[in-house]
Design a protein around this ligand. Sequence first.
Ligand SMILES: NC(=O)c1ccc[n+]([C@@H]2O[C@H](COP(=O)([O-])OP(=O)(O)OC[C@H]3O[C@@H](n4cnc5c(N)ncnc54)[C@H](O)[C@@H]3O)[C@@H](O)[C@H]2O)c1
Length: 371
Amino acid sequence: MIIGVPKEIKDNEARVGVTPAGVKALTEAGHKVLVETMAGTQSGFPDSEYQNAGAEIVGEAGYVWGKSEMVVKVKEPIEPEYVFFREGLVLFTYLHLAPLPGLTGKLLESKVIGIAYETVRDRQGTLPLLTPMSEVAGRMSVQVGATYLEKERGGRGILLGGVPGVPPAHVCIVGGGVVGSNAARIALGFGAKVTLVDINLNRLRELDDIFNGRIYTLASNSYNLAQATAEADLVIGGVLIPGSTAPKIVTRAMVANMKKGAVIVDVAIDQGGCVETARPTSHSNPSFTVDGVVHYCVTNMPGAVPNTSTLALTNATFPYLLRIAIKGARQALKQDPGFAEGLNTWLGTLTHRGVAESQGRAWTSPADVLG
Ligand SMILES: NC(=O)c1ccc[n+]([C@@H]2O[C@H](COP(=O)([O-])OP(=O)(O)OC[C@H]3O[C@@H](n4cnc5c(N)ncnc54)[C@H](O)[C@@H]3O)[C@@H](O)[C@H]2O)c1
């Protein structure tokens, strides 16, 4: 198979879909890999490393997309990339289609086979290709939040851990999945007081156990959320309903009731955000203020630490990518129902229920289209 690795062009996105180690394994298995020049430079992988691993370095994105049977990326394509879509092209990347009806329409119109990292499931039912980036974003959310709490950045001028004689900041984490538990780990490490809110009581039991009672757990309802956000210096949003738009459970009224100079890091913004006042931002202009509360809503947070992120992401995506290369998309997906859940668009048909429901479109199950 000819596999293409274009350079990411989304604002400040420095990750890359395949590392030189991946190229080596693919070329050893008899495949051809086209890497756009400088695709990996910002992740710490120069063209020469790709070349030494067996890749062909290509000067133009259009050539990489046009010659490849499968394109492997990190972020969802943005408008200048839509012209490269064509019938039968396999696109393996994060797609986050639920809040993006425009991109969904383009993928369907041009009959691309769109396989989304974020909806692939493993045997345990978890999301193995979302996990590594959620680990990064969860851990990062606290260090970002700590910085925005500084006076100079518009924050309350509070040190997360406090000092002897001065109480620590209060961090409220909404959603106790991968993002939430990683955020909790780092916030505890900083010495903050941590409250974690989740709707799943079993998850709260697990977290209570994992953190040995060092975090406060709260069942998610609007009453508890109103109270926890009003008390918080830093709110971290990490709610997910897989494949669907995030529910806006932190309402405008709750934000208005927060302390002035408090900070919200809505990590769930890539699925629309779980805070009503949140809107997507980018690394070059990451924050804005509503009702005196600083909002940080960058949709691709791991892009800020591209070396760690690329290695973490490709560790997880590579085995799937290799299976598509060896067996072709249809067989690779058919043989693994969890992998097939990653299929979002198949030759003009929408194949993901969550995306369909979020956009009011019709859908067909992956099993039906794969035959
Ligand atoms: N902005 C970024 O750069 C970035 C990076 C990585 C992940 N993310 C996003 O972060 C979000 C969280 O990802 P994750 O891997 O932690 O997901 P996850 O599935 O591991 O966790 C989600 C948690 O939300 C909880 N939840 C669902 N409904 C809730 C409600 N009403 N109230 C409280 N909790 C509720 C679930 O019980 C679950 O524990 C996703 O939208 C993901 O795409 C964003």
